[in-house]
Design a protein around this ligand. Structure first.
Ligand SMILES: [Zn+2]
Length: 244
């Protein structure tokens, strides 16, 4: 069994540690003031309700993936979940997305949910599973690393803007590392799919794209990246190619 911990970005551990220290201090400050406890309870209730609403919507408006429904996708998720030694396979839903190509995970009442946008799945059926495998593996890596459940410990720390987005970006790189290891496919394909879409991703000249985006780097490209929760697709692609 592969030790996936080796693939965790050092920055993820460092940023998590800093946010944890800040969060412990802020949580302690909130706990010792009566008003603070009220804020904490109100915040927890708001998060619980918004997650509940989203999952409630999903259960009635998305297709649940199982052995009998989109069984081939279920088999991929089952296989990767086993390799990652996840205690439980997440509940998987296919959601109509109006063309948006993505997948995501969320957590509600101690259960993990994976949402695959319908266009990603369409592609799997039209052109093979290569690109989709990377995307699915990336989402499972978030579950493996407990990125969602850990949030509760570092929630106050996440209010610090640049720190929380830097932490989030390092988590994304970790999940790309794990996905590249897990999905025995050309990992850039999944990223190219997110970049150029279902019809064009196979036509993108990756080297040309990377050299152009390198030339275009300036203050604003840097600033756009450091306030973002996800690394730019050019950074993610460059990292995958460098470590391939
Ligand atoms: Zn991600």
């Amino acid at each position: 069994m592969y030790d996936f911990d080796q693939l965790v970005e050092t920055k993820e551990k460092i940023y998590f540690g800093i946010m944890l220290i800040i969060s412990i201090l802020l949580y302690t400050a909130l706990f010792i003031s009566i008003v603070g406890i009220g804020y904490l309870l109100a915040g927890a209730l708001a998060i619980y309700c918004s997650n509940g609403l989203y999952i409630g919507y999903l259960k009635q408006n998305a297709v649940k993936v199982s052995k009998n429904q989109f069984g081939d996708i279920y088999a991929i998720v089952e296989n990767y979940s086993k390799q990652l030694q996840l205690k439980k396979i997440p509940e998987i839903y296919v959601l109509q997305s109006g063309g948006v190509l993505n997948a995501m995970v969320c957590r509600f009442r101690y259960r993990n949910f994976m949402i695959i946008f319908s266009n990603v799945l369409e592609l799997a059926y039209e052109q093979g599973e290569e690109a989709v495998k990377f995307i699915v593996a990336h989402e499972l890596a978030h579950i493996k690393r407990k990125h969602l459940s850990k949030r509760v410990f570092v929630l106050p720390g996440m209010l610090i803007p640049f720190l929380s987005s830097a932490y989030s970006r390092s988590c994304e790189f970790t999940c790309d590392n794990i996905a590249a290891r897990l999905a025995s496919v050309e990992p850039t394909k999944g990223l190219l799919l997110l970049l150029a879409g279902q019809k064009l991703y196979n036509k993108v000249d990756t080297n040309e794209f990377l050299s152009e985006s390198k030339k275009e780097k300036d203050f604003w490209t840097w600033f756009a990246e450091i306030i973002s929760s996800h690394p730019s697709l050019s950074s993610r692609l460059a990292k995958r190619i460098a470590s391939h």
